[in-house]
Design a protein around this ligand. Structure first.
Ligand code: SAH
Ligand code: DHB
Ligand code: MG
Length: 230
């Protein structure tokens, strides 16, 4: 997220450091590069998680031994590929995407990465797909990544709570928005969506949560991480 609020020299430093981190710890990879390139060629917005953030999703899922993952907001499947690669044999990820165009591109990217058998994409508004998933009585999800329309963050979090178990992790992207989240009178509906989620988290005894601000090639933003307790 690059806005005129961030001085150009600071943003350049964050991008340079991200490039350095990637060279050292997150080497490029044909399937991930192809997913980004095909998404850009199809005109999808360049708002996927960064490589180091994708690897963080992978490491979190892997460190808890996640077998069942739920993603809300697929875009071109870049984050999906990172998380699917953390799954053991027989594990699966269900990813929800509103846009038929994004879904088509994502499925091609996921297939190219050799992960079609691990990923189930459900196209449609996530708030329609989630009750359908619940009605199927799936095994509880171990890891949930919420990264769709921020206006519905609180609703997505409530569904995540219904579909997880004690010990599950729920990660929410884009919760800082250049610092706008601290502005109670912000008229940005995305910011108000994040603020509603924070209000819910502050009163929800079933989770233990924190938020970490981040900088990098995508600007100044952050993640909220919640551990399901009960
Ligand atoms: N997780 C992806 C980025 C997701 S961008 C990555 O990091 O690679 C957000 C996505 O959410 C977009 O593709 C957008 O079409 C989708 N989206 C927006 N509103 C939605 C809704 N109501 N239900 C499901 N997906 C939605
Ligand atoms: C934006 C960034 C994201 O990571 C996302 O999931 C949605 C929107 C943005 O910068 O607008
Ligand atoms: Mg995001």
């Amino acid at each position: 997220m690059i806005t005129d609020k961030i001085p150009t020299d600071l943003q350049q430093t964050w991008t340079t450091v991200d490039d350095y981190i990637n060279r050292m710890l997150v080497p490029s990879d044909a399937a991930l590069d192809a997913a980004i390139e095909a998404s850009a060629a199809a005109g999808l917005p360049a708002i996927a998680v960064t490589p180091s953030q994708g690897k963080l999703l992978h490491l979190l899922a892997r460190s808890i031994g996640a077998r069942n993952i739920l993603e809300i907001g697929t875009l071109g499947g870049y984050s999906t590929i990172w998380m699917a690669r953390a799954l053991p044999a027989g594990g699966r990820i269900i990813t929800l995407e509103f846009s038929p165009k994004h879904a088509t591109i994502a499925l091609a990217n996921i297939a190219r990465a050799g992960l079609a058998d691990k990923v189930q994409l459900r196209q449609g508004p996530a708030l329609d797909s989630l009750p359908r998933i619940a009605a199927e009585n799936p095994p509880p999800f171990d890891f949930v990544f919420i990264d769709a329309d921020k206006e519905n963050n609180a609703g997505y979090f409530q569904w995540a709570l219904r579909l997880t178990h004690p010990g599950s992790l729920i990660l929410v992207d884009n919760v800082i928005r250049d610092g706008a989240v601290a502005n109670a009178s912000s008229r940005d509906p995305m910011v108000q969506g994040v603020r509603r989620l924070n209000k819910l988290l502050s009163k929800q005894p079933r989770v233990c949560a924190t938020t970490i601000q981040t900088v990098g090639s995508k600007g100044y933003d952050g993640f909220t991480l919640a551990l399901v307790l009960s």
